[in-house]
Design a protein around this ligand. Structure first.
Ligand code: URA
Length: 433
C-alpha cells in the first residue's frame, strides 16, 4: 500500500491562491513531494504562479530555502583549516569578475569555493569563459574540489547536481511558466545552492539595469535584502552590493576575450570599472572572514594575484600560457560623427554577442569560445568620425547581420555636453551588517 501523504497539493494551492500563509510542515512536504514526483508539474506551476502574484512571508521564504537544501547533499569545508568566502552575481553583460576575484581573494589566505554555472541567453557563464583556456577542466569530484581548496586556496568548478536538486526541477518549470521573476522564488533558488555548498561567508553582487535579470533597482534591493536575511538566518556571514548593469562591464563581452581582459586586470591593468568591482568585492569577501584593512590593490600590482591565477588554472589542467582562441572573422563598427559616446545599452550588446555564438539558446548547445564583442569606447569617451567603436568576432560571417541588428539603436554618438547614459556610480549601495 502506498504511504499516506501528509497533505493534499490542491489544499496548499488554495492557501496561497487566497493569500494565506503556508506552514513549515506544508512547505517541507510540498518541496519533497514535488522532488519525488508525487506533486505534478501542473500543480507546482499553479503554486509558483500563486507565489508570484501573492508573495511569501520571510518565514515562508526561509522554509522554502531550507526545504530545497534538504532535497540534496550539504557540503562542509569545516576540515579545511581556513575560512571560506564566496561570491554570487545575479549576472550581467561582460560580467567576468569571478575570474580575477577568486585568485585575488585566495592570495590573502581565505579559501574561495566558486561553484559556477554555464550561460543561458544573453548573460554569459563563468565555466564557458574558462573553458576557452586549453586543457582547463570544469568537472571536479567533491574530493578534488576539497583538495584544490586546501592546496591552492581557490577553485572554480561546475556545481554538482547533488546540491539542492529540487531547485533544478523548480527552476526549469519556472522558466516555461513565466514565474522566474518572483523574489521569494529567486532568493530561495540562489541561496539554497549557496548554503548547501557550505561556504562560511558570501557576498552577493545584485545587479539592476537593462543588462540585469531584474531591471528595476527597487526589486533588486528587495532581492538583496531577502537573500542577505536568508544567509544570516542560516549562519552564513552575508552581505550584498547593489551594482549598475545598464552599461556592459569592461570592454569584452564573450568568452576568450573576457579571459583576456581578466588577465589584464590580474596584471595590474584592465578597464577601470572591472578593477573597481573586483577590488570592492574582494574587500567585502575578506571583511566577512575578519580580514579588514588589507591592501587588495597591491596584490594586483605586485603580481601575487597573477601568480595565484596561474597556479589555480594549472591545478585544473589548464595552460595559462597557451594562446586563447581567436575568431576567423571580424567586423568593426566606426563612429558616424565627431562627438561623445553618450549611450551603450548592455542588453542589446549581450544579445549581439550571444547571436555571434558566445552564448547558447538551449542548455545542450555548445558555445563558440572566440565569438563576442570588443568595445573600443565607453559612455563619456570623446570620439572622432571613423574611429572604431566596437568589433564583432565570429567564426561564421553570416552571424554578423543579426548581431548588428541587435545593437542597432543601442549606442549613440552625441554632441559634446549632451547628457551621458548612467553617469552614476557603479556600486550604488551595500546591504548587510
Ligand atoms: N539564478 C538562480 O539560480 N535562480 C533563479 O531563480 C534566478 C537566477
Amino acid at each position: 500500500m502506498a504511504a499516506l501523504e501528509a497533505f493534499d497539493a490542491v489544499d496548499l494551492i488554495h492557501v496561497k491562491r487566497d493569500r494565506g500563509e503556508l506552514s513549515t510542515e506544508q512547505i517541507g512536504w510540498l518541496v519533497d513531494a514535488y522532488t519525488r514526483g508525487y506533486v505534478a508539474d501542473e500543480q507546482m506551476s499553479a503554486m509558483t504562479m500563486a507565489i508570484f502574484l501573492n508573495g511569501m512571508t520571510r518565514r515562508e521564504i526561509r522554509d522554502l530555502t531550507m526545504a530545497m537544501i534538504a532535497s540534496g547533499e550539504r557540503m562542509s569545508f569545516a576540515g579545511l583549516g581556513k575560512p571560506t568566502t564566496d561570491k554570487h552575481s545575479t549576472g550581467g553583460v561582460g560580467d567576468k569578475i569571478t575570474l580575477p576575484l577568486m585568485p585575488l581573494v585566495a592570495v590573502f589566505g581565505a579559501a574561495v569555493p566558486q561553484l559556477s554555472g554555464r550561460g543561458l541567453g544573453h548573460t554569459g557563464g563563468t565555466l564557458d569563459k574558462l573553458e576557452s583556456i586549453p586543457g582547463w577542466r570544469a568537472n571536479l569530484s567533491n574530493e578534488e574540489m576539497f583538495a584544490q581548496l586546501r592546496d591552492h586556496g581557490g577553485v572554480i568548478c561546475a556545481a554538482g547536481s547533488g546540491l539542492a536538486p529540487a531547485d533544478g526541477k523548480l527552476y526549469a518549470l519556472r522558466d516555461i511558466t513565466g514565474t522566474v521573476e518572483a523574489i521569494p522564488l529567486i532568493a530561495s533558488s540562489i541561496m539554497s545552492k549557496k548554503i548547501a555548498e557550505g561556504t562560511g561567508a558570501l557576498v552577493l553582487d545584485v545587479k539592476f539595469g537593462s543588462g540585469a535579470f531584474l531591471k528595476d533597482i527597487e526589486k533588486s534591493r528587495e532581492l538583496a535584502r531577502t537573500m542577505v536575511g536568508l544567509g544570516e538566518d542560516a549562519g552564513v556571514a552575508t552581505s550584498a552590493l547593489l551594482t549598475n548593469m545598464n552599461v556592459p562591464l569592461g570592454l569584452a563581452i564573450g568568452n576568450a576575450n573576457e579571459v583576456r581582459e581578466s588577465v589584464e586586470v590580474l596584471a595590474g591593468g584592465g578597464p577601470a570599472d572591472v578593477v573597481e568591482l573586483t577590488v570592492a568585492l574582494a574587500r567585502e569577501m575578506l571583511a566577512l572572514v575578519g580580514q579588514v584593512d588589507v591592501d587588495v590593490e597591491a596584490a594586483l600590482r605586485d603580481g601575487r594575484a597573477m601568480d595565484k591565477w596561474r597556479d589555480v588554472i594549472r591545478a585544473q589542467g589548464g595552460d595559462p600560457d597557451a594562446p586563447l582562441p581567436v575568431a576567423r572573422e571580424t567586423h568593426t563598427v566606426l563612429a558616424d560623427r565627431d562627438g561623445v559616446l553618450v549611450e551603450q545599452q548592455a542588453l542589446p550588446f549581450g544579445i549581439g554577442a550571444w547571436r555571434l555564438g558566445a552564448g547558447r539558446a538551449r542548455k545542450q548547445d555548445p558555445v563558440r569560445h572566440a565569438a563576442g564583442i570588443d568595445l573600443h569606447a565607453k559612455p563619456g569617451d570623446t570620439v572622432v568620425k571613423g574611429q572604431p567603436l566596437f568589433t564583432l568576432s565570429a567564426d561564421e560571417p553570416e552571424r554578423f547581420p543579426r548581431a548588428l541588428e541587435a545593437v542597432e539603436g543601442a549606442w549613440r554618438v552625441g554632441a559634446p555636453g549632451e547628457p551621458v547614459q548612467d553617469g552614476g556610480p557603479l556600486i550604488v549601495e551595500r546591504i548587510g551588517r
